[in-house]
Every structure is written in structure tokens, then in C-alpha cells.
Design a protein around this ligand. Structure first.
Ligand code: B12
Length: 233
């Protein structure tokens, strides 16, 4: 079938999700926007659209990028299509009316321009009731320190998608330690190449595999912190 004969709204949910994976792969922004809207109109939760249609589509893109089948310009188009879908979902994900739980400063580390995962964590945290200050990409240690001193958040989140940039998280945490402010903040780290062991090694409070885990971990660590403060230290 030629592309112009494909009518997204006439597809079953399964077919549409499959088609969206293909459209994300092909970097078709408008089709992703249309598919996102159709699934929402059909009563899908924003979270399901995000994880099943968009994040899963990006996972497939990632595999073919790794295997040398897709290249940077193509992946950039996929990323832009994904962002267009996320743009539609964002207000829905953050407007949950959840009570305020705290504040988070989040940013991608120096040398790294990947921001989809970070943005997604930011959106989910906002939806869970956190105020989120997003520092964007390519952040040197000074930017993190300045932001946490200014904003006094409960949580600092750092994202890295490259094995070459992830060690920079230790630079930031070590600087916090030198300044005597490390324990004033909960530090969460994430990004595809990280793991729990790495999180421990750099001195973070936790590594979170995805945005849902980030929300749960943040809530749990904030609760523990409040209990500790209430107990007098
Ligand atoms: C999209 C993408 C790009 C896009 C980025 C667009 C953008 N605006 O982000 C573009 C095309 C620009 C790009 C560029 C490059 N990329 Co790239 N990219 C990817 C790709 C395919 C997907 C990443 C993504 O968005 N995933 C979807 C999101 C939802 O997942 P996520 O980021 O993992 O985030 C989730 C969790 O990790 C976690 N999380 C993430 N951050 C945080 C933060 C906190 C605080 C917490 C708690 C949790 C958390 O929660 C998120 C949501 O659930 C990955 C493949 C992969 N397997 O990851 C490669 C990948 C990361 N890229 C790679 C490479 C090599 C590059 C380039 C160096 C390529 C080049 N030759 O130029 C450049 C680097 C430029 C730079 N200096 O940063 C490699 C890295 C290999 C390595 N070992 O380091 C990968 C793994 C691909 C591969 N296998 O080769 N890339």
C-alpha cells in the first residue's frame, strides 16, 4: 500500500501502534502527532501512549542506530517526531492535580546533548507533584551548583546517554561534597548506559532505570528524608 493510502484513524489500536513505531522510525512528525491524538481520543491514558507507542518506537530506532542501519540525521528526525508526540502529552501528564511533593532540578551532563529521557522524567515528576527546573543539556558542574544553590530543590537529577559523559556525574557529586552540600540534596541519576552499580560508585542516592521508577524512588527518598528530619537528624 502506498503511504498516502494509509488512514490512521481507520486502523485498530494494535495496527496504529505498529504504524506509529514505523512512523517514528521514518521520522514522520505529523503522523506521530495524529497517531498520538487518535489514541488519546480512543481513551488511552497519556502514559500508555507515551510508553507503548513512543518510547517503544524509540527503542527500535536505538537498536538500528546501534547496528549501523540508521544514522544521526535519521535518528534526529525520529527524535523530533517523538518530541512532537511528547509535546501533546506533556500538559496531560503534568495536569494530574497531585499535591506538591517537592522540587527537582534536572539536567543532562556536560558533553551530552541527549534530552528525550530527561524531558520524560521531568514530565512524569511534574505529573507526580514535583516542581521541575530543567537546566537543559550540556551542563557543566558550575551550572548544577548554581542552580541547586539558587533553587534549593529536594532532588538533583542528572542524565547521561554516553559512556564518555556519564563519569561527569561524579565530578558534580564530588564538587557538592567538597562544598559540604552533598547531603542537603537527594541525587538521582539515569540514562541508558548507567546501572545501579554505577550510581553507587559515583555517590548518587539512586539510579533509576526509567521515568516511572524515578517518580517512585523520588517519593520514597523524600519520605525517608522527612522521617529522618522529624526524628531529629
Ligand atoms: C535519540 C538519540 C540521539 C539523538 C538525540 C536527540 C535528543 N534530542 O535527545 C541524536 C541523533 C542527536 C544523537 C546523537 C548522538 N548519539 Co545518540 N542516541 C539516541 C538513541 C537512539 C535514543 C535515546 C533516547 O532518546 N531514548 C529514549 C528515552 C526515553 O530513553 P532514555 O534516554 O534512556 O531515558 C530513560 C531512562 O534512561 C531514564 N533516564 C534518563 N535520564 C534520566 C535522568 C534521571 C535523573 C533519571 C532518574 C532517569 C533518567 O528515564 C528515561 C525515561 O524512561 C540512543 C539509543 C539508546 N539505546 O539509548 C542513542 C545513543 C545514546 N547515542 C549514541 C551515540 C554514540 C551518539 C553520538 C555520539 C553519535 C555521533 N556519532 O555523533 C551523538 C552524541 C552527541 C552528544 N554529544 O551528545 C550511542 C551511545 C553509545 C555509548 N556507548 O556511549 C547510543 C546508545 C546509540 C548506539 N548504540 O550507538 N543520539
Amino acid at each position: 500500500m502506498a503511504d498516502d493510502e494509509i488512514i490512521l484513524s481507520e486502523m485498530s489500536d494494535d495496527e496504529l501502534v505498529q504504524q506509529m513505531h514505523d512512523d517514528l522510525y521514518d521520522g514522520l512528525k505529523e503522523e506521530i502527532e495524529e497517531g498520538t491524538n487518535i489514541l488519546l481520543e480512543r481513551g488511552w491514558t497519556p502514559y500508555d501512549v507515551l510508553t507503548k507507542a513512543l518510547v517503544e518506537g524509540m527503542r527500535i530506532v536505538g537498536e538500528d542506530f546501534r547496528d549501523g542501519i540508521l544514522f544521526v540525521p535519521e535518528v534526529l528526525m525520529s527524535a523530533n517526531a517523538m518530541k512532537a508526540g511528547m509535546f501533546i502529552l506533556r500538559p496531560l501528564l503534568i495536569a494530574t492535580g497531585a499535591p506538591k511533593l517537592g522540587k527537582m532540578v534536572i539536567g543532562t551532563v556536560k558533553g551530552d546533548i541527549h534530552d528525550i529521557g530527561k524531558n520524560l522524567v521531568g514530565m512524569m515528576m511534574e505529573g507526580a507533584g514535583f516542581d521541575v527546573i530543567d537546566l537543559g543539556i550540556n551542563n557543566p558542574v558550575e551550572k548544577y551548583i548554581e542552580a541547586i544553590e539558587r533553587e534549593q530543590p529536594d532532588i538533583l537529577g542528572m542524565s547521561a546517554l554516553l559512556t564518555t559523559t556519564m563519569p561527569y556525574m561524579k565530578v558534580v557529586i564530588d564538587t557538592m561534597t567538597e562544598k559540604g552540600i552533598r547531603d542537603d540534596f537527594i541525587v538521582l541519576v539515569g540514562g541508558a548506559p548507567l546501572n545501579e552499580e554505577f550510581g553507587k560508585a559515583v555517590g548518587a542516592d539512586a539510579y533509576c532505570r526509567d521515568a516511572a521508577v524515578a517518580v517512585e524512588t523520588a517519593k520514597e527518598l523524600i519520605k525517608r528524608r522527612h522521617n529522618r528530619l522529624a526524628a531529629g537528624g
